[in-house]
Design a protein around this ligand. Structure first.
Ligand SMILES: Cc1cc2nc3c(=O)[nH]c(=O)nc-3n(C[C@H](O)[C@H](O)[C@H](O)COP(=O)(O)OP(=O)(O)OC[C@H]3O[C@@H](n4cnc5c(N)ncnc54)[C@H](O)[C@@H]3O)c2cc1C
Length: 228
């Protein structure tokens, strides 16, 4: 299969937290993708996949990239600057939503929020879905918190959308939810039959949550996941 590639350039680079970067790329003409898809970025001798954080109707392609200590691409992203060119692939992947207005439950950890933000915003802002949408977002430390203000704005504007976030390694002063997403999910699932589940994050989280859902009689065909 031939993969089309595009030269684009970086128009914005910001820190979302201490090690997570937000990039805005110029969108090539006719670059169509589905909410939840990812693209590949090509460097010399190196290729990595990144989910698209923006929604298809946005004018730019946005990415949310966690820089791993010693990671090859991470080091490049830390040093890359606005205006530099970057080579990307066509959008790829089947971790997507369609226009069906059905109940959906999302579980994300860390930068696993990237494809889910694209799905949530498309569903609420563009498809005008009215079914219940719930997001459970797991973050490690207080200083890692990002994108919560934007999620609060979405939940204030769209009454069918609600979310919780939980810190797995909080300080003793933290007053919000603590523990892993697996500790909070069971009490949040109201409908197991007519609910589509989307999981994105570390292999361990996806494995645990899939098991938890399957053990709770959720049909496997209603569980979609992407592992980073
Ligand atoms: C479909 C898909 C979508 C993705 N979307 C996103 C996204 O939206 N955002 C995001 O942040 N990530 C995403 N990822 C992950 C991303 O593709 C990269 O894997 C990630 O950025 C790390 O790449 P890297 O080159 O920086 O690290 P790598 O060089 O691949 O290293 C990974 C880790 O292993 C360690 N390591 C490397 N070599 C060794 C060694 N010899 N011994 C011990 N440790 C070692 C590194 O220090 C680092 O911590 C996605 C992955 C997939 C498959």
């Amino acid at each position: 299969m031939t993969i089309n590639t595009y030269q684009t350039n970086i128009i914005k680079k910001e820190n979302l937290n201490i090690d997570t970067l937000y990039f805005q790329l110029k969108k090539p003409a006719n670059y169509d993708f589905k909410p939840g898809q990812f693209l590949q970025i090509f460097f010399e001798n190196l290729k990595r996949s990144y989910s698209i954080f923006s929604k298809p109707s946005d004018e730019t392609i946005d990415l949310c990239i966690k820089c791993l200590a010693g990671g090859e691409a991470s080091e490049i992203f830390k040093n890359i600057t606005v205006g530099e060119n970057i080579k990307i692939s066509d959008p790829m992947g089947h971790f997507i939503i369609n226009e069906d207005d059905v109940e959906r439950t999302y579980v994300a950890t860390g930068s696993g929020i990237a494809p889910i933000v694209s799905m949530l915003r498309t569903s609420l802002e563009d498809y005008a879905h009215k079914s219940k949408i719930y997001l459970l977002f797991g973050i490690r430390y207080e200083e890692d918190i990002f994108y919560i203000k934007e999620l609060e704005e979405l939940s204030n504007k769209y009454t069918n959308f609600s979310f919780d976030f939980t810190l797995s390694r909080p300080s003793e002063n933290w007053k919000g939810n603590t523990g892993r997403v697996s500790a909070h999910l069971p009490s949040k699932i109201t409908d197991k039959k007519n609910n589509q589940f989307y999981l994105c994050g570390s292999p361990d989280m996806v494995k645990d949550i899939r098991k938890l859902l399957i053990d709770s009689d959720v049909d496997m065909k209603n569980i979609k996941f992407e592992i980073f």
